[in-house]
Design a protein around this ligand. Structure first.
Ligand SMILES: [Zn+2]
Length: 202
């Protein structure tokens, strides 16, 4: 792509570094910003710089936070006996959006992946074990991806937590709501049968 201006070219290069944004979209965004009032671009640049400089991670659960302790860990309305272990911050947001969970979280910062060179020591596992050893926690919910890496991580964590005697559960994996059996892949269907639950009638 040839640009009539080096300034535009630089802006397009930077914007196109973002995930899912190609050069064409980057150019459209750059031209859009150029048409806006100065205040708009200043606010955008400032918010990005501040986010990068000032963002913090909760000292307990490693969730993103503006302070040392995140709003979930600080809240008195959360059940401190349950910790849901997730891969990253997006999972916290996804579970929070369901409004179905009242416990705390622990963000691992990834999953064990020998192929990508990610071992247990790269993840926030020791701090999880520390939290469990403090004795307030009675249940750990493993909410990791249904992938080989997710399963490996769950298995590893389970082994490390065994001595503590804490109850370990994992989120159910099965047929999506509204899903029809014949269109469900066989691994999911097979697992749904193996991890069947009691049929409760209200
Ligand atoms: Zn926290």
């Amino acid at each position: 792509m040839n640009f009539p201006s080096k300034l535009i070219e630089d802006a397009v290069t930077e914007i196109s570094r973002l995930p899912g944004i190609g050069k064409k979209t980057a150019l459209r965004l750059a031209l859009h910003l150029l048409k806006q009032n100065e205040v708009v671009t200043e606010a955008l640049a400032l918010s990005l710089t501040r986010m990068r400089d000032e963002i913090r991670y909760c000292k307990h659960c490693h969730n993103i936070s503006d302070q040392e302790e995140c709003s979930i860990c600080k809240s008195h309305r959360r059940d401190r006996a349950i910790i849901c272990v997730v891969e990253d911050i997006r999972d916290v947001l996804a579970i929070e959006n369901t409004n179905q969970y009242q416990g705390l979280y622990h963000v691992l910062g990834g999953v064990i992946s020998p192929i990508q060179g990610i071992g247990p020591e790269e993840l926030k596992i020791e701090t999880l074990l520390d939290r469990i050893s403090q004795g307030e926690v009675s249940e750990i919910i493993l909410a990791l991806s249904a992938t080989m890496e997710g399963d490996t991580t769950s298995f590893y964590l389970c082994k490390r937590m065994k001595e503590s005697g804490v109850k370990v559960s994992t989120i159910a994996r099965g047929i999506p709501v509204g899903g029809e059996l014949e269109f469900t892949d066989e691994v999911t269907l097979g697992r749904s049968i193996l991890t069947r639950i009691n049929y409760a009638q209200d």
